[in-house]
Design a protein around this ligand. Structure first.
Ligand SMILES: [Zn+2]
Length: 279
């Protein structure tokens, strides 16, 4: 990365995730997982988080103060980076940091340790981090990025606050998700043919529910932009006015929020809630 490239440029289009982080910055969780998007946008959000917690403004990163600038250059002394994009994250360097994590940060903000593309953890490294998270680490916070939370050790995810970036802008959903979004849109106009899908035992797990919500958001973006590059977004555009389309956007945001919380939710019920609110 050259020093004049804007490391946060990859966050364009991810305002929703940025907003979610801003909302928790006054009391940052010990560990967050960033999934979705692509590797660049995940790392950019991790850097944003480091700036948000260390910027001299104490608020939205100014991009100008020493902390913001040094974080952008990966040269900040309260930023520790393990980069899985460069290969496996081995256990020795993780163990070596345990003394540092036991200390408060050097500056007035938080020490932020980023494990970029943490699916590249060796099992021992993940376990070493898990041990670290089991002890209080005042002033230290951790970020793990991965394409999907399922790629990480479950015990790490369950200790973390998860933020999901919109998946890369693939216009066409995969066939399975396409079938679900079609059924939702069909229910929206006819009031039929939905509950049989979600009531089948084991039909919907959290991952599928999230994919359906994100798939609907993708179709909605197409419909609202007027591009209507998919048949389904075209149908939505013809059957509903922009105001109702935007209302569905809010409902989907709330559903995504519910699926992201650590509180156990019934994923089938979240989808049913979306369907009935749409109708
Ligand atoms: Zn700043």
């Amino acid at each position: 990365m050259t020093s004049n490239a804007d490391p946060l440029a990859a966050l364009i289009g991810h305002e929703h995730a940025v907003k979610r982080l801003n909302a928790i910055a006054h009391d940052p969780p010990q560990s967050i997982v960033i999934e979705g998007g692509d590797a660049d946008s995940r790392v950019a959000l991790a850097l944003y988080w480091a700036m948000r917690l260390n910027c001299a403004s104490g608020s939205i990163p100014c991009g100008q103060c020493p902390a913001c600038k040094q974080i952008a250059d990966f040269a900040f002394n309260d930023l520790i980076m393990f980069d899985g994009r460069e290969g496996l994250i081995k256990v020795e360097p993780v163990r070596e940091m345990r003394g540092t994590w036991g200390q408060p940060p050097n500056g007035d903000g938080h020490r932020v340790t980023v494990f970029a593309e943490a699916q590249m953890f060796m099992t021992e490294s993940a376990n070493a981090l898990l041990k670290t998270l089991e002890e209080p680490r005042p002033g230290n916070v951790f970020v793990l990025t991965a394409p999907q939370r399922e790629r990480l050790l479950e015990t790490l995810v369950s200790r973390s606050w998860v933020v999901t970036l919109a998946w890369p802008d693939v216009r066409q959903n995969n066939p399975e998700i396409d079938e679900w979004t079609r059924a939702l849109v069909n229910f929206w106009s006819s009031g039929r043919g939905w509950f049989g899908r979600t009531s089948a035992k084991g039909a919907v797990d959290k991952h599928l529910a999230m994919q359906v919500v994100l798939g609907m958001q993708r179709e909605l973006r197409e419909a609202l932009s007027g591009n209507c590059a998919t048949p389904l977004s075209n149908t939505m555009r013809q059957q509903h006015d922009p105001k109702s389309l935007r209302r569905i956007g809010l409902i989907l945001d709330q559903a995504q929020e519910a699926l992201n919380t650590q509180v156990p939710v019934n994923p089938a019920m979240v989808l049913d809630w979306v369907a009935t609110r749409m109708f």
